[in-house]
Design a protein around this ligand. Sequence first.
Ligand SMILES: NC(=O)c1ccc[n+]([C@@H]2O[C@H](COP(=O)([O-])OP(=O)(O)OC[C@H]3O[C@@H](n4cnc5c(N)ncnc54)[C@H](O)[C@@H]3O)[C@@H](O)[C@H]2O)c1
Length: 277
Amino acid sequence: MSTPEPEISIAGKTILITGGTGLIGREIVTCFLEQGAQVVVGDIVDSALETFGNELKTKFNEADFFMVKCDITNENEAGNIVEATVKKFGKLDVLINNAAIDAKFDQTGTDSVDSSRFENYPISLLRKSVEVNLNGTVIMTQAACRQMLKQGYGNIINVASTYSMVAPNQALYDFGDGEPIRYKPVDYIASKSFVPNFTRYIATYYAKEKIRCNAIVPHAIFNNHGEKFTNNFSKFSPLGRMSDRSELRGPFLLLASESSSYMTGSVLTVDGGWTAW
Ligand SMILES: NC(=O)c1ccc[n+]([C@@H]2O[C@H](COP(=O)([O-])OP(=O)(O)OC[C@H]3O[C@@H](n4cnc5c(N)ncnc54)[C@H](O)[C@@H]3O)[C@@H](O)[C@H]2O)c1
């Protein structure tokens, strides 16, 4: 067995990322292209693909990336994006299961449930989150694994959350200003909790077939949150602050590269210590 290279390199790797036009997706896609990878950006929102694609064209060689409309809950579309990747680049080295919905971020209107208490929470919204965050991740992984088995190796990175690891501290959403607490709803917690154990499942299932699988646990990426929230957040975070999206670059690069060749089934927390106490 050859010794892994000491430096972290993803040059020449073909990387497919779902939800690639979102907050984290855009940062990671940009980082990967800067580091010499070939990137396929999947997302369900056409207009976001177009806008981000145009932005990428001003910075990178068009031969190194392309954008694909892909709903991860649709088995045909999941198969098609993998097929398109292989057609263009000849292989699929890394799949990043990044797409997810969160009541807080969802563009299709679940915002309205944020202030609802658990006992009132609509099961229809739970089902919707499970469909995307759980079923969609499994569907996309199946599609990628079929190709990875053919080529004889592969690498999957799942994007978890601290809410895959611990319960939300609901006090985070209480600003002490007499306003009603906006509870974090159960759908995101339930649907993301499967990610660490799914990561271990895939890692052990495919270990002998040279497909690695690890998870990254981001936490609280700053996205112009209000002052009340950020102040409150600082009190509960060991590092005393939210994270900058650029702080995910190193962890993603590590897992996508051969420098992590002995890592599989691991769950890498990038959470400022949130789950450490
Ligand atoms: N932002 C954070 O602070 C944070 C913290 C912990 C974990 N995460 C995780 O990071 C990942 C990315 O989150 P983000 O903050 O960039 O969110 P985001 O909402 O900005 O991006 C998610 C992307 O997924 C896409 N998407 C939604 N449903 C889809 C579907 N069915 N098929 C394909 N694409 C779909 C959306 O269009 C969007 O572009 C998610 O898995 C999320 O759970 C984020």
